[in-house]
Design a protein around this ligand. Structure first.
Ligand SMILES: Nc1nc2c(c(=O)[nH]1)N[C@H]1C(S)=C(S)[C@@H](COP(=O)(O)O)O[C@H]1N2
Ligand SMILES: [Mo]
Length: 252
């Protein structure tokens, strides 16, 4: 009895995953099924590979909880950000008329979108929870164009696997796999609580990824690039966060 269940475990790889070569087995199984996050060989590799793999297998299409309007936080808390640059202040003075979101990489039609162009796409509004890894959180209404609409507009090459997004802030960059990027609640958010997205909250444009921790919701984004390989960016871990010890995949 004992030996059978042990053999079964070994056959599925889970038995070995509990042993010394845990990371190797999880990574091996994961890469076979495309379930390995880019930072899998980092400090917390095994946990990340298992949580990313499990979420992708079990919950690719699940929706983040949406709240009624009455639950919107009265005093949402904008995280401290570095003071905006002179360039940013000039753009802000001009009502962000000259703000552009550039899109390049593995796309058929690279180009750039003004805010007016982005706002011309049908927008989605949703009231969701933004949770910081430090423990605080708030609920707000986010208004924006689903990222999937823009991916369709530029046309993805078949090799494209990740959307990498960049902020005007030096260290503000992150990436999503196409499952998350195409998820209906993943927005290029230009509005909040019925109005424009305030600068304190990343206006004029931020990524909003409600199924993951707040740090994936990068503020002031001005460039997207489509890639087949995250190793080409930064230290090759998929975003700035794993360089500081946080997971690339921050599913909640
Ligand atoms: N450009 C930029 N985006 C950012 C951050 C930042 O410092 N700079 N902080 C992130 C973190 S850690 C969190 S928790 C959320 C906080 O969002 P808020 O400012 O709307 O509260 O923004 C994320 N996006
Ligand atoms: Mo955060």
């Amino acid at each position: 009895m004992k030996s059978i269940s042990r053999r079964k475990l070994i056959a599925t790889g889970l038995g070995a995953a509990a042993g010394a070569s845990a990371l190797g087995v999880a990574a091996g199984l994961g890469s076979k099924y495309g379930l390995v996050p880019p930072d899998h060989d980092g400090l917390y590799g095994i946990g990340e590979t298992l949580s990313y793999g499990a979420h992708r297998l079990l919950a690719s299409n699940s929706l983040a909880r949406e709240f009624p309007r009455s639950e919107i936080s009265k005093t949402p808390f904008p995280n401290e950000v570095a003071p905006p640059s002179e360039t940013f202040k000039r753009l802000q003075a001009g009502g962000f008329a000259d703000w552009r979101l550039d899109i390049d990489g593995l796309v058929d039609r690279p180009g750039s979108f003004s805010l007016a162009q982005l706002k011309n796409y049908p927008s989605r509004s949703q009231i969701t929870h933004l949770a910081c890894e430090e423990g605080w959180s708030y609920i707000a209404e986010w208004i924006g164009v689903p990222l999937s609409r823009i991916l369709d507009a530029v046309g993805l090459h078949p090799q494209a696997r990740y959307v990498v997004y960049f902020s005007i802030q030096r260290d503000g960059w992150d990436s999503l796999d196409l499952t998350e990027a195409r998820h209906p609640q993943t927005l290029l958010a230009h509005g909040m609580n019925g109005g424009e997205l305030p600068v304190g909250f990343g206006g004029p444009l931020r990524m909003r990824v409600p199924r993951q921790l707040g740090y994936k919701s990068v503020k002031f984004i001005n460039r997207l690039t489509l890639t087949d390989d995250l190793k080409k960016f930064g230290k090759g871990l998929g975003s700035a966060s794993p360089e500081g010890g946080y997971a690339w995949y921050a599913g909640i």
